[in-house]
Design a protein around this ligand. Structure first.
Ligand SMILES: [Zn+2]
Length: 182
């Protein structure tokens, strides 16, 4: 399958097999390093650009406890200039995936194949993250109130030299042009 912006990995990668922990019994623990440096589809409308960290899975009495820290990078819109940019954030995870016998239906459960799915968890966290303000860079100037164009340091320079020109302090390069026009 192709995506307009290139290929991406299937969210199947976000399913972890935990059957061995279930048979090992309460207290059993295993760490899972995760390093996905490529675009990955999390849901129909959600992609992450990279995912890295380490997860610890512990067999609890009523399920599997997932704990760890993930560094996630995804595309989102800058809250000042509205341009898309790659935003990186860290996620602390602590979630109990319940055994089927303990819950009727929950997105955080061990399925009948002994797997847990990280995709719904990532989706939930990405939505929370998207509700916070984020800017493409600290000195992003946002949009011009007059034109709606994106402001930049360069456009500041243009505005400043225009103001100077209007004040009579003409840029030497402009002065040459002015002489030609006279
Ligand atoms: Zn911006």
């Amino acid at each position: 399958m192709n995506h307009p912006n290139g290929s991406y990995l299937n969210k199947r990668l976000l399913r972890l097999q935990v059957g061995f922990l279930l048979s090992a019994g309460p207290g059993a623990c295993r760490t899972f390093p995760l390093d996905i440096p490529q675009r990955l589809q999390v849901d129909d409308d959600l992609f992450v650009e990279s995912l890295a960290g380490e997860l610890a899975l512990t067999r609890a009495k009523d399920g599997v406890l997932l704990q760890g820290k993930l560094a996630i990078s995804h595309l989102r819109e800058c809250d000042r200039c509205l341009e898309p940019f790659e935003h990186r954030f860290e996620l602390d995870i602590a979630e109990l995936y319940a055994l089927p016998s303990f819950v009727e239906k929950s997105i955080f459960r061990v399925d009948s194949n002994g797997e847990i799915d990280l995709a719904p968890l990532l989706r939930e966290e990405a939505l929370i993250e998207a509700s916070y303000r984020a800017v493409c860079r600290d000195d992003c100037r946002g949009l011009s109130a007059e034109t709606g164009d994106k402001l930049s340091v360069e456009s500041d320079w243009a505005v400043a030299s225009l103001a100077k020109a209007e004040a009579g302090a003409i840029d030497p390069r402009m002065a040459v042009l002015k002489q030609l026009l006279v």
